[in-house]
Design a protein around this ligand. Structure first.
Ligand code: AMP
Ligand code: GLY
Length: 428
């Protein structure tokens, strides 16, 4: 058992996001014992990791009970959409993250788009289909360029930006008739293509109470200059000068507040992270999507920018209590560069040994994503996104120089990284 003022914390997940969340929790004077499930090679070097799948809800609840956990911090969307927070609540264990009903904002794009329409939240014009013939008829009236999306969870891969009518028609047929995204593609969204620059806003929510983290930008494409296929994210930085204080105010007024009021009106008590993927168009800000968890790798730059202890904030959200009036955010900028296994997001090798630097410069960090740790301490690759290297400095140039300096000291066969993370901001 922990000291009565300290909490035993379980972090659920195994990516860079969870390693960053775990680090932030461990820095808290409120943290008692911190454990993870299933964790990764970097997390295992620091805390006890339990080999429980993020999809095994009963086993996660059992683990939390057996380990006298007093706060569960849920990283990924899958356990949220499977009802982990609801299952823990039955045993009185507070968990940071939305319940299953609220998680539909991410797990069903059709639910999310209908929510936008119902509550007048600005988004791309769209229609939802489960049958091929009406979907193709809609495409006749709304020709390419157009966007086709699988409604269900597709690990960031269920979006086809169709430049030609042939691609659009093929995408509709692949999803609804073929097995392109399994059951996630049995319902599709066809929506207008929006043009502009993207930005993300992460909001920590407790009912209608919320705290915004600084705006960030992700780099979804695998190749430099934003080329090639989409990935989970090859790097990120914060803040972005595109989101001025005036635009931030507009985003809160036009997007965040109506969303939280709409959730309440729909009978959903939202707690946890709300991550708005925004397109900054000529006609104003529009929401591309909601995620119901922290972004990965955005978390690796957002959390180090928070000067305050995050554990009391996560706990207040988990309990549905009032949040502090504000979060203290550090000055300057942060960047994270993802080191991936060559071939990602296609097939790639696993089990490759990694050589890490013995010490790191101040204000830099290495977060593990897809790694394992042997009994002798050897760290090996175990996923497509292997490590995240972050740097913090007074400005983005210096933060990038610091991160890339550390990237160059890490060695493993097939190491791949983008050299242009932050390029939009750096060339403004
Ligand atoms: P989503 O999972 O809905 O955020 O889509 C993934 C990515 O696809 C977004 O980050 C955008 O880059 C792109 N995207 C999605 N919907 C649209 C749209 N309507 N117009 C332009 N780009 C889009
Ligand atoms: N980096 C994008 C995401 O976490 O969804």
């Amino acid at each position: 058992m922990s000291d009565s003022s300290q909490l035993n914390i379980l972090v659920v997940g195994s990516g860079g996001r969870e390693h960053a969340l775990m680090e932030k929790c461990r820095q808290s004077p409120m943290a008692g014992r911190v454990i993870a499930a299933p964790g990764n090679g970097g997390m295992a070097a620091e805390v006890d990791c339990y080999p429980v799948s993020v999809e095994d809800i009963p086993a996660l609840v059992r683990l939390a009970q057996e380990q006298s956990i007093e706060l569960v911090v849920v990283g990924p969307e899958v356990p949220l959409s499977l009802g982990l927070v609801d299952a823990l609540a039955e045993f009185g264990i507070p968990a940071y993250g939305p319940n299953q009903a609220a998680a539909q904002l991410e797990s069903s794009k059709a639910f999310c788009k209908d929510f936008f329409a119902r509550h007048q939240i600005p988004t791309a014009a769209y229609a939802t289909f489960t049958e091929v013939a009406p979907a193709l008829a809609y495409l006749e009236r709304h020709p390419a360029p157009i966007v086709i999306k699988a409604s269900g969870l597709a690990a960031g891969k269920g979006v086809i930006m169709a430049e030609t009518q042939e691609t659009a028609v093929a995408a509709v047929k692949d999803m609804l008739e073929g097995d392109a995204f399994g059951s996630s593609g049995r319902e599709i969204i066809i929506e207008e293509t929006l043009y502009g620059e993207e930005a993300s806003i992460h909001v920590i929510v407790s009912g209608e109470d919320f705290l915004c983290l600084p705006a960030s930008q992700d780099h979804k494409r695998v190749g430099e200059g934003d080329s090639g296929p989409n990935t989970g994210g090859m790097g990120a930085y914060t803040p972005t000068s595109r989101v001025t204080p005036a635009l931030q105010t507009a985003i809160e007024a036009q997007v965040i507040r109506p969303t939280l009021a709409g959730l309440k009106a729909d009978g959903i008590d939202y707690r946890g992270t709300l991550y708005a993927g925004l397109m900054l168009t000529e006609d104003g800000v529009k929401v591309l999507e909601y995620n119901v968890r922290f972004g990965d790798p955005e978390t690796q730059v957002l959390l180090p920018m928070v000067a305050d202890d995050l554990v009391p904030v996560l706990l207040a959200s988990a309990r549905g209590e009032t949040l502090p009036d504000q979060l203290k955010i550090r000055d300057g900028a942060a960047i994270v560069v993802v080191l991936a296994a060559g071939g990602y997001p296609g097939s790639y090798a696993k089990g490759t040994p990694i050589t890490l630097p013995g010490s790191l410069p101040e204000q830099s960090a290495i977060v593990h994503a897809g790694t394992t740790r042997d009994a002798d301490g050897t760290i090996r690759t175990a996923g497509g996104r292997v490590l995240g290297v972050s740097g913090q400095a007074a400005n983005l140039e210096d933060a990038a120089a610091l991160a890339y300096q550390v990237c160059d000291q890490i060695e493993f066969d097939g190491k791949y990284l983008r050299r242009d993370i932050g390029h939009r901001e750096l060339t403004r």
